[in-house]
Design a protein around this ligand. Structure first.
Ligand SMILES: [Zn+2]
Length: 277
């Protein structure tokens, strides 16, 4: 009996090719890993060469990852083919204002005045109505380029972090925006999403720095522990070839460390049904 068992074991070892053995080890090992939801977002606010975009697409393909692109309207009008390509690849489309202006709506406030001093006054909006009209213009430009509609928004300079304003959300609501993704995750009370003035907020976690400094990858650990998505916001026009290679490395690192699920921004409320309100 014993001899037979050894023969069977040996036969199995001989017959199983190396790749199957390692796949077996992988799945045993992976059973102990924690899940992590990764949301890759790209703020497309300046023309980016086909070469760089191609590099980003290859990394996404390699990792079987989906993504969300926030598009500035002016670029959709001047380079509709690029935007169409993003849409045809089934990534999700969001808005990022028409000219990449900052939705600072109450410049009379002293703090905001100080902030505004850093910006060209032409780069802000005079009122929420003006901001609303800009979102509509952004939306129309993206629709002209793709035939699709975009109902997700990201604020340039992530304004709601430092100038939280009801009128910002009022303008989004009037323009038919359902989801905003412009506020940093608060790790003292982490939530995958919540509502602000009727708009769903999907908090962001790490910017392009995650590609320059591997310690930023540590935020993924906080996200996994807290059960919130690791939302990265990247800027295609700022990515060098090295950065794109780093994005590849970062995703490989995450996939080795966690059971990774890639999601689009608008999938978050459905995926984390229990939260919100
Ligand atoms: Zn931006």
């Amino acid at each position: 009996m014993r001899k037979a068992a050894i023969v069977v074991a040996l036969t199995l070892l001989i017959e199983i090719p190396g790749s199957s053995i390692s796949a077996g080890y992988d799945s045993i090992f992976k059973r102990n890993l924690e899940p992590l939801e990764v949301v890759l977002t790209f703020d497309y606010e300046a023309y980016t060469s086909e070469h760089v975009m191609g590099g980003i697409f290859s990394v996404l393909d390699k990792h079987n990852a989906t993504a969300t692109f926030f598009i500035v309207g002016k670029i959709a009008d001047s380079h509709p083919a690029v935007i169409r390509k993003i849409y045809e690849r089934n990534y999700s489309l969001g808005l990022h204002t028409y000219y990449h202006h900052y939705p600072v709506l109450h410049a009379k406030d002293a703090v905001l005045k100080a902030y505004k001093a850093h910006f060209d006054s032409n780069l802000t909006f005079a009122s929420w109505e003006e901001f609303y009209r800009d979102i509509k213009r952004n939306q129309e430009a993206v629709s002209r380029a793709t035939g699709g509609t975009a109902a997700i928004f990201r604020s340039p300079a992530l304004v709601p972090n430092w100038a939280r304003d009801e009128e910002y959300f009022r303008a989004l609501g009037k323009a038919g925006i359902k989801i905003d993704s412009s506020v940093y995750q608060n790790f003292s009370s982490p939530r995958p999403w919540y509502k602000i003035n009727g708009i769903i907020e999907v908090p962001v976690v790490s910017s392009d720095h995650a590609l320059k400094n591997i310690s930023c990858g540590l935020w993924s650990g906080n996200c996994s522990k807290a059960g919130v998505p690791y939302v990265l916001f990247l800027h295609p026009h700022k990515l060098s070839e090295k950065d794109i290679a780093e994005l590849d490395n970062l995703l490989t690192y995450l996939e080795e460390k966690y059971i990774v699920t890639y999601l689009k921004v608008e999938q978050i409320p459905e995926y984390y049904k229990v939260s919100g309100g």
